[in-house]
Write a protein that binds this ligand. Sequence first.
Ligand code: CU
Ligand code: CU
Length: 313
Amino acid sequence: MLHTNRKLIPSLAAALLLAGTFAGAVQAAEVHLSLTAKEADVPADNAGHMRHAWTYDGKVPGPLLRVTQGDTVVFTLKNDPANKNSHSIDLHTVRGDVLTTFAPIKPGESKTFTFTADNPGIFFYHCGSDPMIQHIANGMFGAIIVDPKDPNAMPKADREYVLIESELFDNGEDVKGMMADHWQHTAFNGIPFRYDPVHDENATQTLEAKPGERVRIYLINAGPNDFSSFHPIAGIWDKVYPSGNPKNVLTDVQAYTVAPGDAAAFDIISPVEGANALVDHSMRSALSGAIAILMFSKTADPSMGHGDKILVR
Ligand code: CU
Ligand code: CU
């Protein structure tokens, strides 16, 4: 849940006026974010079967959070009283104290902490409660984008998509199997082949864009264990920004490794109509679910890659 107070923070406002060189920069705001840990049933596949998961706000992945560099974020985590387990949140945007800020809370409890979003980019958030491998494997993860305060820091993206890759374990209680990396499926955004009608006839959606558009894919690797070699089949990454920071730029890249717990922004532009398959080029991972079709067509749905169609559910 997102609630933004776009009122200027007085001290920062004064600093910006004094500096006098920030024309066009976005004003810093106080932003209130809140997530609720919920142990809930979620879709297991594109056919409508369900599985039990541990989630934020009842969804895997949790909601896409988005703030602007310089914002002061007042963050509240609630643990649903119906839950059986303690839960917590570890936002990779935060510089604080792991023992207090990221400490778990029991069912029925809530906690609030404040941080400033100093660093622009794409960041992972996840539950850090013990055993962390089980809380991540069972679905407690999501993405937070911190947009640069300078809107011209990166080439403007015509569309944006968030993909969070993870390994899925059929038995959410089998921590030994998780430690041994004995997963059964992989997924982008919680469901194997979620955007791939080629490998799953029950998949109804693809990512969409028009030829010539700059499409920015934010990839987070939730793991919990395996590395991802992210490659666009029949395409080339125009730019890769490790951690999504505009100062980290690679050009014309075929595949880029995103380690567990890491993230990057990938820009792609297609000169032609047709399909690209965004894959983890580790073939065991791709063929277990980590494939997303990006369709380039002149008639692409204009709503895709904007608003609530950035993390496509
Ligand atoms: Cu948890
Ligand atoms: Cu982490």
